[in-house]
Design a protein around this ligand. Structure first.
Ligand SMILES: C[S@@+](CC[C@H](N)C(=O)[O-])C[C@H]1O[C@@H](n2cnc3c(N)ncnc32)[C@H](O)[C@@H]1O
Length: 280
């Protein structure tokens, strides 16, 4: 079987299962099996697959048909231009989260002192590593309750040569800390527990611990705003990814805490995605 035929058959199978972008996904799986670039894929459509390659492709297509996310099959995901290792023990980094990095970079501009940064719930290490690559003078503390996540995040930091800038710690964000930070950044679990069974089948393959924000989805966000505001140094900033429906709750919470320097950001779909709180 040549590449063109393999592409046609696998795209059809994925499409019948209702998988979005079946042609692109089957192309990515074929390129993964053959270790070829996009250009090579398009110029070598008549090339025959080896028997072993055909078998491996069949196995991977079957995994995808069972809704295993593509990133867990290929064990990588691109985030802020960086190729990160991922597996089923970490959340797959999302494009929306890249906005956190843009905001952090903007905050860091014109600041000459060392920036002490905390990344709460680091997962694959995506946020910390992107920051370490793009902000010069930083020392990052990245924490996660999942030991497996910490191991993947450490691997990623070594792969991108920033392990000297990040201290990965296997602890809960609910454990108190005495440290101060110029920047506290987090993409915490923020979905309501009762919505988890309704998520896309692929998302249900991701760790529940990375998604479940408790009964009202705000368990982590509330705690971070309440308890970590005091951990900001003067003129420090807190940047948190949120669910678009949480804006009003967060506004009233901040009012009760006498926090007024608060800003929300929308994503490309015009949905409120990020809250930034600054300390004077
Ligand atoms: C939404 S994921 C974000 C992962 C990564 N920062 C990203 O943006 O791709 C939330 C992360 O919080 C971690 N987590 C859940 N409960 C935690 C807790 N109590 N303390 C620390 N981390 C926690 C999960 O293991 C998961 O890695």
């Amino acid at each position: 079987m040549n590449i063109a035929k393999a592409h046609q058959i696998s795209s059809n199978l994925l499409q019948k299962s209702g998988i979005e972008n079946p042609e692109l996904e089957s192309e990515l799986l074929i390129r993964y099996v053959l270790s070829i670039t996009r250009t090579e894929f398009y110029i070598s459509k008549m090339k025959q697959l080896l028997f072993s390659q055909k078998k491996q492709l069949e196995i991977l297509i079957n995994e995808r048909l069972k809704f295993k996310p593509l990133a867990y099959i290929t064990n990588h995901k691109e985030f802020y231009g960086l190729k990160l290792i991922v597996n089923a023990s970490v959340l797959i980094p999302r494009p929306e989260t890249e906005m956190l990095i843009d905001i952090a970079i903007k905050y860091a501009k014109n600041k000459n002192n060392l920036l002490r940064i905390a990344d709460l719930g680091t997962g694959s290490g995506a946020i910390s590593i992107a920051i370490a690559k793009n902000i010069e003078n930083t020392k990052i503390k990245a924490i996660d309750i999942s030991k497996d996540s910490i191991n993947i995040a450490k691997l990623n930091s070594r792969k991108h040569f920033v392990s000297d800038k990040i201290n990965f710690v296997n602890q809960s964000i609910f454990e108190p800390t005495n440290e101060l930070f110029e920047l506290i950044i987090s993409n915490p679990p923020y979905l309501k527990t009762k919505t988890l069974p309704m998520l896309q089948k692929e998302v249900q393959k991701e760790p529940e611990i990375a998604l479940n924000g408790g009964e009202d989805g705000l368990k982590f966000i509330r705690y971070i705003i309440q308890k970590y505001y005091d951990k900001l140094s003067p003129h420090g900033s807190m940047i948190i990814e949120i669910d678009p429906n949480q804006k009003d709750h967060i506004l009233s919470l901040s009012k009760t805490l006498n926090i007024y320097d608060i800003k929300f950001y929308k994503d490309l779909n015009k949905l409120t995605r990020i809250v930034q709180i600054e300390k004077n």
